[in-house]
Ligand binder design. Structure first.
Ligand code: SAH
Length: 254
């Protein structure tokens, strides 16, 4: 008998961001697989086994979870944010596509979560109010020249750009390199937002400009939103910035 595999988004931070659907899916799982840091956010339940692994082991984790479900178990795989955004849902699909027929017989469900880009945008105001895109700066799975080309194209097309995975130990300079590419196309005064650990106790938000963005440090828990020339910053009465991109292009070009 084939079981069920549910790929669950935990949201960006603490339990307030977990959807009711995700909570229910976690409650009915016999086994939970995930990157150890994400598993730690799932409360332990009696009778539920937990299978933590390193975050570079996504295909191995997906295969192990699929094998377990193919054996008849109710299995959950957890991801931070949304599981379909640079995360486990695609890894599971890749392993189903390349795997044995039994993997295609496993009942599969993907439970969405609040992705980091939306959580950071909400803290800043409404920077994603007009057209936007998301680019991962991780060059583990694609070459850097592709990232440069996409940054260039997105900035040239007027998109607001959410940058996931802005920092890594192997390539500490890549966010600076990305800003340099964006400066070739964008004015230096476009708004840039750094959201770190949003939704957690130590969250922080910094609003700056593309010219000054190199002075802000980003780590793996940071998401960066680079505005378009249409993005505006309003100072609120208490001096804090409110960043938004008007919905209408006419409002922008008028
Ligand atoms: N599936 C996740 C993204 C995984 S890629 C999601 O939908 O959010 C990991 C990257 O997501 C991090 O390098 C960072 O850029 C971003 N990220 C994840 N959680 C975050 C948080 N709480 N605050 C800010 N950025 C976060």
């Amino acid at each position: 008998m084939s079981g069920r595999l549910t790929v669950i988004g935990l949201g960006p931070g603490d339990a307030r961001y977990l959807t009711r659907e995700a909570e229910d899916a976690l409650a009915s799982a016999e086994a939970v697989y995930g990157y150890t840091a994400y598993l730690d956010r799932v409360p332990a339940r009696a009778g539920q086994t937990r299978h933590g692994s390193d975050n570079r082991e996504e295909p191995k984790r997906a295969a192990a979870a699929l094998r377990h479900a193919a054996d008849g178990a109710q299995v959950a795989v957890v991801s931070g944010g949304d599981p379909g955004v640079f995360a486990m849902a695609a890894a599971v699909c890749e392993v189903i596509e390349g795997g044995p027929p039994a993997f295609r017989a496993v009942e599969l469900a993907v439970v969405p979560g609040i992705t980091a880009m939306l959580a950071v945008a909400a803290k800043a105001g409404a920077p994603l109010g007009h057209d936007f895109c998301a680019i991962s700066l991780s060059d583990n799975l694609k070459p850097w020249h592709v990232i440069e080309r996409r940054l260039h194209a997105a900035a040239g097309a007027g998109f607001v750009i959410a940058l996931y995975n802005p920092a890594s130990r192997a390539r500490p300079q890549k966010l600076g390199d990305a800003f340099a590419v964006l400066r070739e196309t964008l004015p230096g005064d476009v708004a840039v937002i750094f959201g770190r650990a949003v939704g957690r106790a130590d969250e922080s938000l910094t609003v700056t400009t593309l010219d000054q963005a190199g002075c802000v440090t980003a780590d793996m828990a940071t998401l960066v939103i680079v505005g378009s020339p249409a993005t505006r910053v309003i100072l609120r009465a208490d001096g804090t910035p409110l960043v938004y991109t008007p919905r209408s292009l006419e409002a922008v070009t008028a």
